[in-house]
Design a binder for this molecule. Structure first.
Ligand code: BGC
Ligand code: NOJ
Length: 817
């Protein structure tokens, strides 16, 4: 069952009922200012950091779900309703939500009045613009009252939800003209305020929540809306809001439009206050920048121009890679939605979604490095900055904070460190950036350790520390020590927690001398060739040779101690027992080492690689994707940690963890099995699951972190959409593995691995200042193998397209065979 449809031409998902199985959301904002918006206008906005600069309040885990957002109310002759359906929940004669790239349009109609709301954050603008158009579709005049409502958060979203003894006394606002200014804590150390404005005269306003709603009402029944009159309340403490009341007269067929702005302003210390103020009384805040922002969006023409620019911005970003395969689901994922989600994960890491509260997690060290993989071709310069930011939080010994806060860019101690895979992802992320951009110069950048500007080293030195962190932390079998955990945050082999509620990620010793990870070994073997190549290119042959011998030793170690007969082992625990082995009663086989070891090429010649992937198909694969391990753990094992804390089939305990499914797809392409790779791709790909939306539950246009595994009662149901490494890895799997368009240090490699039934496909790829028009034909119906390539009519040697960097377009014909 579907709840909408894809409009590929508009690049929108069109939701046709407000009653989706869960709020289906979208993101507004490109850089710095962001908003989350659901299909019923729920959500919130923030500047840079969802925890530390939250503009509007949102109650996660609320009942009913998703109450609170940027709301508009209509009082049409006593009939009160919301054009986004929520919060008033009045039936609409027409409802439609179009989630597009960086904007959402929500339309609702009732009683002959049609209201269209366009929400977006213009490029380079620190605010959210909402255009509300009201149209009288009857042949009688209408007198309507339109009310707006946003509720301010007192900036630090965590403190806002906990520190009521202080916070209920500090709220402050100013009202001037049609704008409401939220200035809590501006009197002291803050240099920023928010405002909510509209380009129209007001009939009244409210800035105090209780006066607007009434003490015992929720957003579904504000007294002011029901009465049809604003109270001009001035918030003093309690809960500041911004609500405008506009009286709208509409002749038959007439349409009127209003522009609301939720803006964020920062003023320098000596510019905080209005210097022109002569009268007595409190000095008003300096509103100069707010006026400027309002002037930028005072007319519909300005709104439309900015919205068009946003579309052009996305044309450019998406234009970097476009395909035509004849499979519309595949095309829409690769051309529109997957890169869009990659941008969102790049911007948000794991901080703010409908499953991440914005207060728990900032930017993940491993997460952001992986997000880069799917994003880097869009804006390489931003990826570059991100790499430097991430590396700046690394410790001198190569280890890393697990996360850092985007606003301060400093490591977040509360989330911990000691995840021994973290350092390697920096090599993976940096290599991907250099392959895309050719910018080897990034390696010479001086980068701090632990954000200390007085303790710096080149980025290359950071990578060296990453590499040797693994080498210096090996266990009894010579495999990497796992530390607190590796990619699987929940496999906590040194934690032994018996304390309810204790964090598995920060408690217990950060490292034991025995517990080892085969996954980290696979990741090491995957990342090492790039480190070695970078050494060579820096003219460090001895260093390259030393690293090469570490690489070879690691491969042997994995084959000697990390293979279990038919698949790769997962780990050795703190007492040296095998994990992910046929000897185990539960958790006999895990997905991660199968994917990564084969991606790294381990056991390719000797058969282990093929055998491992066949074991994945035999034991882990289901109709909804590949589960993380099997059998799921049926009880809590302190020696395994959080993984066994989940009921079977959920999350890391045997859920279909979508993030590592693409590792197996990529591994299948290493083996040349394109049919298998694409079959696995389709199983978790949202567009292919659209028809089972009632089961899948979450947005059919973006990946979720997890689909409940076969041991769970809700097998096939997704959770945790949007912020997941799944976005980047699936993008890599389809674009680089299956379609085979893969950036390399000196050119673009074309190496498709497709289902043999495909007759080919076409693609356009922008790469290092040139556009490649690629036509792949598959006359012999093979899965892999390139017989010849013609570039601008001339045959080239090998399958790496030359660099042109001439701003021109080049015709590429790839014949498989
Ligand atoms: C989740 C993991 C996540 C970790 C982060 C755990 O509860 O299951 O997916 O990586 O928290 O701290
Ligand atoms: C989500 C975390 O963000 C990511 O870092 C981790 O690798 C996975 N969960 C698996 O535990």
């Amino acid at each position: 069952m579907k709840f909408g449809y894809f409009d590929d031409l508009q690049r929108e998902y069109v939701i046709t009922t407000p009653r989706t199985p869960y709020p289906w959301i979208n993101y507004l904002g490109s850089q710095d200012f962001f908003g989350l918006i659901s299909n019923t206008a729920g959500g919130y906005s923030f500047y840079q950091d969802a925890r530390l600069r939250r503009l509007t309040r949102y109650r996660y885990n609320n009942v009913p779900l998703d109450d609170g957002g940027r709301y508009f109310y209509v009082n049409d002759g006593g009939d009160c309703w919301s054009p986004s359906f929520k919060p008033m929940n009045k039936e609409l004669s027409h409802y439609e939500c179009r989630h597009g790239l960086g904007y959402s349009k929500i339309q609702g109609a009732r009683g002959g009045l049609q209201v269209q709301q366009l929400f977006f954050v213009p490029l380079f603008f620190t605010g959210e613009v909402t255009q509300v158009k009201l149209k009288n579709e009857t042949d009688q005049p209408k007198s309507i009252s339109l009310f707006s409502c946003v509720e301010f958060c007192l900036w630090d979203a965590h403190d806002d939800m906990t520190n009521f003894q202080r916070n209920l006394s500090i709220g402050e606002v100013e009202v001037e003209g049609s704008a409401i200014y939220h200035k809590t804590e501006y009197r002291e150390r803050r240099n920023h305020y928010a405002f909510f404005s509209v380009n129209s005269e007001l009939a009244g306003y409210d800035t105090d929540r209780e006066s607007f709603l009434g003490m015992y009402n929720g957003f579904e029944g504000p007294e002011v809306v029901l009465q049809g009159v604003a109270t001009n309340s001035m918030a003093s403490g309690w809960s500041p809001i911004a609500s405008q009341h506009i009286k709208v007269e509409l002749g038959p067929g007439e349409e009127k439009s209003y522009i609301f702005i939720l803006g964020y302003v920062e003023n320098a210390k000596d510019e905080k206050w209005d210097r022109t103020f002569q009268a007595t009384g409190p000095v008003p805040i300096n509103k100069t920048k707010a006026y400027k922002m309002m002037a930028e969006f005072a007319t519909d023409a300005q709104v439309e121009e900015a919205w068009t620019k946003l579309q052009l911005h996305w044309d450019r970003l998406l234009g970097k890679f476009q395909i035509q395969t004849g499979d519309e689901k595949l095309d829409r994922m690769v051309n529109i939605w997957n890169p869009y989600q990659c941008m969102v994960t790049f911007n948000m890491s794991r901080s703010a979604s409908y499953f991440e509260s914005g207060i728990g997690r900032g930017m993940g060290f491993r997460d952001s490095n992986q997000d880069l993989l799917g994003f880097v071709h869009q804006v390489p310069a931003r990826a570059r900055q991100r790499i430097l930011d991430i590396a700046s939080t690394q410790f001198e010994d190569g280890s890393a904070y697990h996360q850092y806060q985007p606003l301060t860019k400093k490591g977040n101690n509360a989330i911990g460190s000691g995840f021994n895979d973290d350092p390697l992802w920096l090599i993976v992320g940096t290599a991907a950036y250099i392959k895309e951009s050719g910018d080897f110069g990034i390696l010479d950048e001086e980068v701090p350790f632990d954000s200390d500007p007085n303790n710096t080293a080149s980025l290359f030195e950071h990578l060296r520390r990453s590499f040797y962190h693994v080498i210096k932390h090996r266990g009894p079998h010579g495999l990497p020590l796992i530390g607190r955990a590796d990619w699987n945050d929940c496999l906590n082999l040194n934690c032994f927690s018996e304390e309810p509620g204790e964090s598995f990620q920060t408690s217990g010793p950060s490292e034991g001398a025995v517990a080892e990870s085969v996954f980290i070994a696979g990741l090491f073997v995957y990342a090492a060739p790039d480190f070695i190549e970078l050494c060579r290119r820096r003219n460090l042959p001895q260093e390259a040779n030393a690293a090469q011998s570490h690489l070879e030793t690691m491969i042997e170690t994995v084959l000697d101690h990390g293979y279990d007969g038919k698949w790769f082992l997962r780990a050795y625990d703190a007492t040296g027992q095998k994990i992910g082995s046929k000897e185990c009663t539960e958790g006999k086989i895990y997905i991660e080492p199968q994917g990564f070891c084969v991606m790294a090429g381990i056991g390719l010649e000797t058969g282990e690689a093929r055998e491992a992937l066949d074991s994945v198909a035999a034991h882990l694969e289901t109709e909804h994707g590949i589960v993380l391990h099997t059998p799921a753990y049926s009880r809590y094992y302190p020696e395994l940690g959080e993984i066994s804390s989940y009921p079977p089939g959920y999350k890391e305990n045997g859920g279909i963890f979508c993030h590592n499914n693409p590792w197996v797809m990529l591994a299948e392409t290493v083996l040349g099995r394109g049919e298998r790779a694409f079959e696995l791709y389709r199983k978790i790909c949202p567009a292919y699951r659209e028809d089972i939306s009632e089961l899948h539950r979450l947005e059919p246009y973006v990946y979720a972190q997890m689909i409940a595994g076969r041991d769970a009662p809700h097998f096939g149901q997704a959770k945790n959409s949007w912020l997941t490494g799944t976005a980047a890895w699936n993008y890599v799997a389809i674009s680089q593995g299956i379609l085979g368009v893969r950036p390399d240090y000196d050119g673009l490699i074309i190496d498709p691995c497709i289902p043999p039934a495909w007759s080919g496909y076409t693609a356009e790829r922008e790469f290092r200042g040139a556009r490649y028009h690629i036509r792949v034909t598959n006359p012999n119906q093979v899965s892999k193998g390139v017989e010849r390539i013609l570039v601008d009519g001339k045959e080239i040697v090998g399958n790496k397209l030359p660099l042109f960097s001439d701003g021109g377009t080049h015709e590429v014909h790839v014949v498989m065979g």
